[in-house]
Design a protein around this ligand. Structure first.
Ligand code: GLP
Length: 323
């Protein structure tokens, strides 16, 4: 049976100290919550190889899976996630921050801009000086200045409001004549930094993370790939509601780079994502549901609103495991 608990503000690790109104579920194994178990941040990150995936999958039954923090209040969720990003940049600047785009992240970046604005000027300067981020993905064929591009989205939601140097906000080059070479170049650029520290992730309705469309193996690396009809449909809003107008290809970090991050922070909101989130956390990891690979990561945190976590709550009520 799954144990549920509230991590209190006495929790020694700032990283996993949700406000009192949030519920924190430690999925899978019934045990007393402890700082070590709750955050798990002291363990080594995953480097995805076929062997490791096989071994880790075999061990899953004995592991408790990602930690889920649920917020009833979406504004509280955005504020807390933003504060994690901010603390990551101020306290752990050695490795770059991995960023995501999408509607889920809009209130997060708005909250981050407010929090940065509230910083003392010296801290704000420090943040700007230390900033380094790598976005997950970019459409192929869209000009950076095109308002529908992820580069434009990051510029308007992050770079400009935070006063960041655009050179420190990295995205794949979707305009490159050879997007396959651009993907390799992006992976090399990221590798040269030592890889992602904290990776922010959204969740696609079909279970994608970044643009890793199903089926996707856990060791898939950064590449240029075809977008599925489901994803083009999901993202059509920014293209006048026409899925055909959504670019057919994208460059995306792969599960390899994502799982190699020190920490994962998956943010999921809205009822429409409830089923895919429950499957991603409860079903055995599978290429058919790329987000399910995050179960293999020792330091994965899932932050969801009540609507997105509704099926996980149901499983708890029925005494089932979350993992
Ligand atoms: C998009 C992006 C992802 C994003 C996800 C969820 O297609 N490639 O990085 O996190 O799908 O998007 P949204 O938050 O709009 O639902």
């Amino acid at each position: 049976m799954c144990k549920s608990c509230v991590i209190t503000t006495e929790e020694p690790n700032w990283w996993l100290t949700p406000p009192a109104e949030a519920s924190c579920f430690i999925g899978g194994i019934e045990q007393e919550p402890s700082a070590e178990r709750a955050n798990g941040w002291d363990r080594e990150p995953v480097v995805a190889t076929a062997e490791l995936v096989t071994a880790a999958t075999a061990h899953l039954a004995r592991q408790s899976g990602p930690t889920l923090v649920r917020f009833a209040d979406p504004a509280g969720l955005a504020d807390w996630v933003a504060s994690l990003l901010l603390r990551d940049r101020l306290l752990r600047p050695e490795r770059p921050l991995g960023l995501a785009t999408g509607r889920t992240m809009e209130p997060v970046y708005a909250a981050l801009a407010r929090q940065v604005n509230d910083l003392p000027p010296a801290k704000r300067q420090e943040l700007r000086k230390r900033w380094c981020s790598f976005n997950l993905d970019a459409y192929v064929g869209l000009d950076r200045a095109d308002p529908r591009s992820f580069a434009a989205e990051m510029a308007s939601r992050l770079t400009t409001p935070l006063g960041l140097d655009p050179e420190r906000v990295h995205l794949p080059d979707g305009q490159a004549a050879d997007p396959h070479a651009a993907a390799e170049c992006y992976a090399a650029q990221l590798a040269a930094t030592g890889g992602i520290g904290l990776q922010l992730l959204g969740l696609g309705l079909n279970g994608h993370v970044g643009f890793n469309e199903p089926p996707c193996e856990a060791d898939a690396s950064c590449r240029c790939l075809e977008l599925s009809p489901a994803t083009r449909h999901q993202n059509a809003e920014a293209f006048g509601g026409n899925p055909e107008a959504v670019p057919g290809r994208a460059i995306s970090l792969g599960l390899r780079e994502i799982l190699a991050a020190e920490r994962l922070l998956l943010v999921v909101t809205g009822e429409a994502k409830a089923e895919v989130l429950a499957r991603a956390l409860r079903e055995p990891p599978t290429p058919e549901l790329p987000a399910s690979w995050i179960q293999l990561h020792p330091r994965a945190l899932v932050v969801a609103d009540g609507a997105a976590a509704s099926l996980l709550d149901a499983s708890r009520d029925q005494g089932e495991s979350l993992a």
